[in-house]
Design a protein around this ligand. Structure first.
Ligand code: NZQ
Ligand code: ZN
Length: 388
């Protein structure tokens, strides 16, 4: 049975090869002082920076920049950006980049007028902002996180070794996002497949919970099948626009608040992966792939029927003459083959983790209670050990 829910997603999306054409009209809605936020320089190499700054100039905006937002943006970098946005009296924040840049822009948006301790308020106590929020718009260049259409904002505190995500409410979601699949064509293969696994896992996190027959799970299965088909094409032919555009659209729907409507969600792979990220600074999608199979094999006995359904409806396993558990396990075997086909990280050792980190990784893992099994710290340590 679907539980009660309210659904509202206010982000306006512009999708396709001409989508940047919307930018002038969107920017005209906001004040003169814009802060342009971007990462380590990919947008300067591929020409997106020039296109965006030409539009900002055309709009007559007074622009300041926050550059060098790193993958897994840090709290220290956040404070630096807040300072720039405050001094510039920012009316609008324009994020041009991947999930890190979009997440970072949202964190700046709720922090510019925040009077308290930003980390403590948003990333320890998970409080909602009670100050004026600076509006954010996104031009997406990397596909995976869904940050373009959600309130998520993940920040890493390097002092406490905690990588924490706050999912803010609708008022923090981007006002608009530009999704041009062509902007993602310069991504290295490593980032492309990491993004693909991030998408897949977002769907899994919302799928592996509950035993009900509900619409959200059917939508999830459709999204996963589309992603598998497109990922296999893009893996061999990275410039294939059809596959890359399908992947981009799937990413948005995988984490834009739709497929969790009315059901509980798991999110333990993300909690394990975020701990690995805090310790190794590894690429987000790879931290997830590296811990996924030990985790799913661990919880399979507690959710056999869902893993069986996953095997049949997503991986095409023929259940005839097999026990439920056998079918469920065969689904995960197919998933493992696909992960290897994409060259995903299959263990945390290759990401820089080691036995000596297990205790710290376990302490850094937030324990969630929405999936098939609430893990104990001992089980978490065991899963990390199996992921080495
Ligand atoms: O910094 P630049 O030079 O731009 O390079 C980036 C970066 O090195 C590069 N890149 C991006 N677009 C490119 C490109 N290179 C060539 N061509 C392009 N078109 O890709 C690298 C990775 O970028 P990043 O933004 O870090 O990747 P992603 O989109 O995967 O974002 C990861 C962050 O999002 C968080 C993660 O934890 C991580 O901090 N997440 C956010 C979520 C949300 N908002 O809901 C949920 C996710 O589960 C995730 O946790
Ligand atoms: Zn993710």
């Amino acid at each position: 049975m679907l539980g009660n829910f309210t659904y509202c997603n206010p982000t306006r999306l512009y999708f396709g090869k001409d989508s940047l054409g919307c930018l002038k009209g969107e920017l005209d809605k906001y004040g003169k002082n814009v802060v342009l936020i971007y990462g380590g320089g990919s947008i300067k190499k591929n020409g997106i920076y020039d296109k965006v700054t030409a539009i900002l100039k055309d709009c007559g905006k007074n622009v300041a920049e926050i550059s060098g937002v790193m993958p897994n943006p840090t709290y220290k970098k956040l404070l630096e950006g807040v300072d720039i946005a405050r001094k510039h009296k920012a009316d609008f924040l324009l994020a041009v980049g991947g999930g890190s840049v979009c997440d970072y822009a949202k964190a700046v948006s709720v922090s510019v007028n925040c009077e308290g301790d930003i980390w403590d308020k948003y990333y320890v106590k998970f409080e909602e902002p009670d100050c004026k929020i600076i509006p954010v718009g996104c031009v997406l260049t990397m596909v995976g996180t869904g940050s373009e259409m959600n309130g998520g904002s993940v920040i890493t505190n390097t002092d406490t070794k905690m990588k924490v995500g706050h999912v803010f409410g609708t008022e923090v979601m981007p006002k608009f996002s530009v999704l041009n699949p062509e902007f993602t064509l310069t991504l290295p293969h490593y980032q492309m497949v990491a993004g693909i696994y991030d998408i897949f896992n977002h769907i899994c996190e919302q799928y592996f919970s509950g035993e009900d027959d509900n619409t959200s799970d059917y939508i999830s299965e459709g999204l996963m099948r589309s992603l598998l088909a497109s990922s296999r094409i893009a893996n061999k032919d990275m410039q294939n626009y059809e596959a890359r555009s399908n992947i981009m659209w799937t990413a948005t729907w995988a984490l834009n608040t739709l497929v969790s409507c009315g059901k509980s969600t798991d999110w333990m792979v993300h909690m394990l992966g975020q701990a690995v990220g805090a310790y190794t600074n590894a690429t987000h999608g790879m931290t997830l792939s590296a811990v996924s199979l030990p985790y799913y094999r661990h919880i399979l006995p507690y959710g056999v029927q869902k893993f069986r359904r996953f095997a049949i409806n997503v991986w095409g396993i023929n259940p005839e003459g097999k026990s439920d558990i056998q079918v469920a396990k065969e689904g995960l075997e197919e998933m493992e083959k696909w992960m290897k086909e994409l060259s995903l990280a299959m263990n945390i050792t290759e990401l820089g983790a080691n036995e000596g980190m297990i205790e710290g990784l376990t302490k850094s893992t937030l324990i969630m209670d929405g999936g098939y099994k609430k893990l104990t710290p001992e089980e978490i340590a065991q899963i990390f050990r199996e992921s080495l």
